[in-house]
Design a protein around this ligand. Structure first.
Ligand SMILES: CC(C)(COP(=O)(O)OP(=O)(O)OC[C@H]1O[C@@H](n2cnc3c(N)ncnc32)[C@H](O)[C@@H]1OP(=O)(O)O)[C@@H](O)C(=O)NCCC(=O)NCCS
Length: 196
């Protein structure tokens, strides 16, 4: 069955969809890898609708939602926000907080497309770097980021449900101030080639 994927900017009212996809993807990705109780607790706290509502209401954050067509069921999303990483400059850097796709929709170029939205957004607002934290054992995601030009910047410990895990902090240097340039804001695009 061929499913088209529509990517659009998320808005207030999408917080339940973002929370649902976030929790499902986190569980799918880390079951058998991280402690189960830690996963449950982390999803409750870090993927609550209230957390997504905070980002949706924050003018320095940007959120995109990927939905399956027909039906508009949410299948993935991306969050860019002010960084809370020790290695970050909170004024000049942005952080890629989440990039999550349900397993059925991975490996078909959708992640690359979402990441492009994040990079274009960061360039548009004049950020100097796009940073992210990724679990050191998430080799697939690290390979994905490395292919897109991110470099290892630092290490940190990241608490998942009260248990500390090793994380890599990765960084993508952005071209010097391009905020004056006009970029076409891709509010809604169709990606027709995905099969599921
Ligand atoms: C990480 C993720 C967003 C990537 O999205 P995706 O749609 O699967 O990736 P794409 O199909 O767009 O792949 C883009 C590139 O990364 C490469 N890539 C993807 N997964 C890879 C892997 N496991 N090993 C090596 N390269 C990989 C692809 O080969 C492709 O390279 P190309 O541009 O040279 O063709 C997605 O797999 C995902 O949601 N994973 C689960 C949640 C997660 O771990 N999120 C990151 C948390 S920090």
């Amino acid at each position: 069955m061929t499913v088209e994927i529509e990517v659009r900017r998320a808005r207030v009212g999408d917080e339940d969809a973002l929370s649902l996809v976030g929790q499902a993807t986190f569980l799918e990705t880390f079951s058998g890898v991280l402690d189960g109780a830690a996963i449950t607790e982390h999803c409750r706290a870090a993927h609550s609708p209230a957390q997504y509502l905070r980002w949706l209401g924050d003018e320095r954050s940007a959120v995109w939602l990927a939905c399956a067509v027909p039906g508009n069921a949410p299948v993935g999303y991306l969050v860019v926000a002010t960084p809370d990483l020790a290695a970050a400059d909170p004024v000049r850097d942005l952080e890629l907080k989440r990039i999550y796709l349900l397993g059925r929709f991975q490996g078909g170029g959708l992640g690359k497309k979402l990441l492009r939205q994040a990079v274009e957004h960061a360039e548009r607002v004049g950020a100097s770097r796009l940073l992210l934290g990724v679990y050191a054992g998430n080799h697939a995601a690290i390979a994905f980021y490395t292919k897109r030009g991110f470099k290892h910047l630092a290490d940190r410990q990241f608490a998942v449900g009260g248990t500390a895990y090793d994380d890599h902090v990765m960084s993508l240097e952005l071209p010097a101030d391009r905020s004056h340039e006009s970029h076409a804001a891709a509010d809604s695009t169709l990606d027709p080639q995905l099969t599921a």
